[in-house]
Design a protein around this ligand. Sequence first.
Ligand SMILES: *Cc1c(COP(=O)(O)O)cnc(C)c1O
Length: 379
Amino acid sequence: MKFATKVLHAGIHPDPTTGAIMTPIYQTSTYVQEAPGKHKGYEYARTQNPTRDVLQENLAALENGNHALCFASGLAATDAVVKLLNSGDEVICSDDVYGGTYRIFTKVFERYGIKFKFIPLTDASDFAKHITPATKMVWLETPSNPMMSIIDIEEIASIAHQTDMLVCVDNTFASPYLQNPLDMGADIVIHSVTKYLGGHSDVVMGALVMNQEQIFEQLKFLQNACGAIPSPHDCFLVLRGVKTLHIRMDRHCVNAAKVVDFLLSHPKVDKVYYPGIPSHKNHLIAKKQMRGFGGMISFTLKGNNIDDAMKVLSGTKLFSLAESLGGVESLIGHPASMTHASIPKEEREQRGLLDSLIRLSVGIEDVGDLIGDLQQAIG
Ligand SMILES: *Cc1c(COP(=O)(O)O)cnc(C)c1O
């Protein structure tokens, strides 16, 4: 099956009892057994739920993986992955990661004796010299949030797999429509389903996709043992959202490319960060590993004045000022004070995350209207 068919059909079958074409919401906490241990494969809804099963099968197919597991949020999925490790293990993490990922690593798991090293990873050749015998995982996000850095997944995976390290890729920004890390050697793909997969800003959810049976069994154990599962109703909403993922992503890409052209020609705009721009540091890697450049853009203003940025942020009418991304409607955000406020200012600025940096999640509205809105807000 090709992608556009998978979003509609992979794992999805008419309901066996009624023929309902839509997967029912199995809103139940338990399942009746005929005799102790004699049941239809379902015992308790933390462990298994038919609506969740269908979504998991669908998401696995979209990432070309054998298995998927859904969690109550993207960070709950991250939490499960780190719990594969033991105290004393080390993780090498790309330095421009989602603020919440940075927070759970440094504020939660460091207390349990797991060490995290944040390095750029945008030069894969740099990676090997940070590996020690204790390094058990490399975690990377590409394109990254909010600097739109690109990391060569294939290169990092081939270096990592010279040891027994796990390669985890946060594929939230690209979505499985634009990039499939498992095909490039990743062991685990993580999604904040909240974003493009859900696509309608109405669900918080996370997912993990993998090929190897052993990793799947360990993560499935953690999903049940730690219990951060999504509700059946949310699984239904995501199954519904995913059906249009390919169409939405195509429009996100087209609209974002036009917004980038507008920003590049604007006299008040300083830098524009988008992997589709030929002068982007790793544009060629993006071209190699992505089928499109996505809907996320960051830019700074000349003079790097926070007040100028604040005027733009509160001046847009179509772009709503909000955290999150990947929904059909356009959002504007200020990473320094919103998504990345949990990262110390000094560390932020080392990564180019300046106070005037503005992040756009370009939606699927009419692009002329979107550009008009930015034009009036930037002035
Ligand atoms: C939002 C986000 C997360 C966290 O996901 P939640 O669903 O909010 O818990 C992780 N990674 C990236 C890239 C994100 O954008």
